[in-house]
Ligand binder design. Structure first.
Ligand SMILES: Cc1cc2nc3c(=O)[nH]c(=O)nc-3n(C[C@H](O)[C@H](O)[C@H](O)COP(=O)(O)O)c2cc1C
Ligand code: SF4
Length: 425
């Protein structure tokens, strides 16, 4: 394992998106170029047709790193045949609690993201890209703006890149602190200057996105994988990770670990390795009690699941999700009930209020949790009501924010039932 600094860890054999982070000066395009930067773009524009770029990404098996794990090549191929103006929209809202991977890419290696976006634009026939960056990320915004300016000055952005006849440019937009604006259609509404309410899907952004024009929405980490796939080939990419989850993932490890930070590791690395090798174990020599994987919209897992491989399939088989790759580690003293209340308060606070299941369901669940805590009015099985409410929210909410409450609730109840049922002052 190589440690770039104490908090960014990777095995250099597997480093893709963080390979340059901490090593090059993000404010100097020359540093990126000296490290093979923009060579994938040169290769694509001189030797590859747009559909060959799409095919290469499809063959690589790259899956979206924003949370849902949707195959990137397939997403692109929906937009490819559509005519007229199209856009590449980079989702850099990074609002999932405990997640701090996209920031590292933007602040440590901004040109990798720019190169990935230009390649995406070339592949689907888009000439304009937007990066929607979380408003609190002042350094990311500054670094990306500077890098875009440098890329323009050096002919990597703008008209007729490398005399290929292909033109592409990027604009940075700033979010204003709403978690829901990370949802792709709310992001689009916000980008268009409206209130960030999610849209009804379908139509999906690939067909009707920004200004109702076809828009590829991809996460920062997803796009940062593209230059390496084009440069080294799909076969190289599939040799890393597992069969159905190829490549690496950047995990954010936080909570009661000795060494919190970001880890780029191949898919299939176990939870135990991430926590004990990279995270250096639990603070104060305590026992681990649980982990919350994937942020607020994630799942609680007990210590008996530490040998789980971190890849999409294994997690799905265990009713878990990878989400954004946040791993919140909790020691033996953590109160799971309090953690659950915390997560539900977050959902209540961040609900946009547009649809009733989520607007009413989240406060309702919190209200019942409060009654359980105070041992008040405990007629009927309160946990049954909570689980039924969260299931109804899953079935009827308009977007994944309301649909996700069931994840932390049902996983906490599955693994920590006794503790939850015995709550009360
Ligand atoms: C409430 C909510 C918040 C989200 N926040 C983010 C985010 O901050 N960053 C992100 O990339 N995706 C986020 N997503 C997922 C996006 O809707 C979308 O799936 C993703 O940007 C697609 O990119 P990918 O295919 O490259 O993963 C969020 C989804 C929901 C429902
Ligand atoms: S589920 Fe929640 S966040 Fe999503 S649209 Fe409905 S109210 Fe808004």
């Amino acid at each position: 394992m190589k440690t770039i600094n104490d908090n960014i860890m990777l095995d250099s054999k597997y480093a893709i998106v963080l390979e340059n982070v901490g090593k090059i000066d993000p404010m100097k395009i020359s540093d990126y170029i000296e490290n093979n930067g923009y060579e994938a773009l040169r290769k694509a524009l001189s030797d590859m047709k747009p559909n060959e770029v799409v095919e290469s990404v499809k063959k690589s098996g790259l899956r979206g790193r924003g949370g849902a794990g949707f195959p990137t090549g397939l997403k692109w191929s929906i937009t490819v045949p559509l005519k007229g103006e199209k856009f590449i929209l980079c989702n850099a809202d990074e609002g999932e609690p405990g997640t701090f991977k996209d920031r590292l890419i933007m602040e440590g290696d901004p040109h990798k993201l720019i190169e990935g976006m230009i390649l995406a634009g070339y592949a689907v026939g888009a000439h304009k890209g937007y990066i929607y960056i979380r408003g609190e990320y002042k350094n990311s915004i500054e670094t990306m703006k500077h890098a875009i300016e440098e890329a323009r000055k050096n002919g990597y952005l703008g008209e007729n890149i490398f005399n290929s006849g292909f033109s592409f440019d990027i604009k940075v937009n700033m979010g204003a602190g709403a978690y829901v604006c990370g949802e792709e259609t709310a992001l689009i509404e916000s980008l268009e200057g409206k209130r960030g309410n999610p849209r009804i899907k379908p139509p999906f952004p690939g067909i009707k996105g920004v200004w109702n024009k076809p828009t590829v929405v991809n996460n920062v980490e997803t796009l940062a994988n593209i230059p390496a796939i084009i440069d080294k080939g799909a076969e190289w990419f599939t040799s890393i990770g597992t069969e159905k989850s190829p490549g690496t993932k950047v995990f954010s490890i936080l909570g009661h670990v000795n060494n919190p930070g970001a880890v780029e590791a191949p898919f299939g690395t176990t939870l135990r390795e991430l926590i004990y090798e990279y995270g250096k174990g639990i603070k104060g020599g305590k026992e681990i009690k649980a982990v919350l994987i994937g942020g607020a919209a994630g799942v609680f897992l007990p210590k008996s699941k530490l040998n789980l491989k971190m890849d999409y399939e294994t997690l799905k088989e265990n009713n878990a999700v990878l989400g954004s790759g946040a791993i919140l580690v909790m020691d033996e003293d953590t109160d799971i009930f309090d953690m659950l209340v915390n997560v539900m308060e977050f959902f209540k606070e961040e609900s946009c209020g547009q649809c009733s299941p989520c607007r009413i369901g989240n406060p309702m669940i919190l209200n019942i949790l409060d009654k359980i805590k105070r041992k008040k009015d405990l007629k009927g099985n309160k946990w049954e009501i909570i689980l039924k409410t969260a299931s109804a929210m899953k079935e009827t909410s308009l977007c994944a924010l309301g649909q996700s409450a069931i994840m932390p609730i049902s996983s906490a109840y599955t693994y920590f039932k006794d503790e939850l049922e015995n709550q009360g002052e």
